[in-house]
Design a protein around this ligand. Structure first.
Ligand SMILES: Nc1nc2c(ncn2[C@@H]2O[C@H](COP(=O)(O)OP(=O)(O)O)[C@@H](O)[C@H]2O)c(=O)[nH]1
Ligand SMILES: [Mg+2]
Length: 318
């Protein structure tokens, strides 16, 4: 029988200070799994991250010579894990934020064939170092994700997660900033079985790297949420916008016609101009909704081809 391999991956960007603590906590063997290997993604670190990793027994290093961001790092890690023959992949963070003792619980639904993706859900009450604003934004993000993905995941931004080889082959991340939200939405849209388990978190070692300042975090959160709608619900997004513009134009046009008929034809030329502009762009935006819908169909076809290619590549290695 083929041996079951678990690879634990950690995206790292200049993590020499905390990586050792995170690695020391990782398991080398887990019941129900034959092989446990560790992989880090060194995303152009300029410190001793790679040395620390190697000194602490990391099996594989994916290396970027320049920083490309967490989302790209996450995807490169998954690709490497697939090539290395992983059956199950766990992602965790280099700052030892998540309790590695919960990895067996995290992978259990996958081993039992009940889930393709498992999200480790933090208890927000426990994370008292999160500012109220960060908690609020993360909750808002989670709510949008639940809505678009039709899943019930409570903590969408958690980086502690497990996925099956199949699921890893199907995931695609378009966003440059974070992979966390998109992967859940795709799981929902592609009908993968996604579930969550409660996990514990460790003491806080360093401030978040992803949240450089509150204004930039707010801006990025809003951009991410809008882009999620554009990419995953394009028809609805543009149709809503188009109808809004078109109907406002229509209302103003009706007002113009009313005055035209009752006041004998003169004046109100400003509303006529505004109405024509709104009707024009409204109609164009409605057309964009249909184009975007066609594009979305195309994307699904391409994703299917990409999945098949990955599958063929993976099978050659076996
Ligand atoms: N590949 C990559 N990983 C990063 C980057 N920035 C942060 N990370 C990693 O992403 C994980 C989460 O980062 P962290 O700062 O703890 O964000 P938090 O989720 O807000 O706590 C850690 O393992 C970081 O090393 C980056 O630019 N590239
Ligand atoms: Mg962290």
């Amino acid at each position: 029988m083929k041996k079951l391999k678990l690879i634990i991956q950690i995206p790292c960007f200049n993590e020499e200070k905390t990586l050792q603590i995170a690695l020391k906590a990782l398991p080398r063997a887990i019941a129900g799994v034959d092989l446990v290997e560790w992989l880090i993604i060194d995303d152009g670190s300029t410190d001793k991250t790679v040395d620390v990793a190697q000194a602490n027994g990391v099996d594989h290093v994916v290396h970027f010579s320049k920083n490309r961001g967490l989302a790209k790092g996450f995807m490169a890690g998954l690709d490497a894990c697939i090539e290395l023959g992983a059956d199950v992949i766990v992602n965790t963070d280099a700052d030892n934020q998540y309790n590695a003792d919960d990895i067996p619980a995290l992978i259990e639904p996958i081993l039992e064939g009940q889930a393709d993706i498992v999200i480790g859900v933090r208890s927000f009450k426990d994370i008292d170092h999160f500012s109220p604003l960060k908690k609020m934004l993360q909750k808002a993000g989670s709510r949008v994700v639940r809505m678009v993905s039709k899943t019930g995941i409570k903590d969408a931004t958690s980086g502690f997660r497990a996925m099956s080889r199949e699921a890893a082959m199907r995931l695609n991340v378009f966003n440059d900033y974070t992979y966390t939200l998109e992967t859940i939405i795709q799981a929902g849209q592609k009908n993968m079985a996604i579930t969550s388990v409660p996990i514990r978190t460790n003491a806080y070692l360093r401030p978040s790297r992803l949240i450089k300042s509150i204004p930039s975090y707010i801006r990025k959160s809003i951009v991410t949420i809008v882009r999620i709608f554009v990419v995953y619900k394009p028809f609805r997004f543009f149709m809503f916008l188009g109808l809004l513009l078109f109907l406002s134009g229509f209302g103003i046009a009706l007002r113009f016609i009313y005055f035209y008929l009752t006041e004998g034809g003169g004046g109100h030329i400003q509303s006529l101009i505004l109405a024509s502009i709104l009707l024009g762009i409204g109609f164009q935006t409605i057309l964009v909704a249909f184009l975007a819908d066609l594009q979305a169909v195309n994307r699904r076809l391409m994703e299917n081809i990409q999945y098949r290619l990955k599958k063929m590549g993976g099978n050659q290695k076996d």
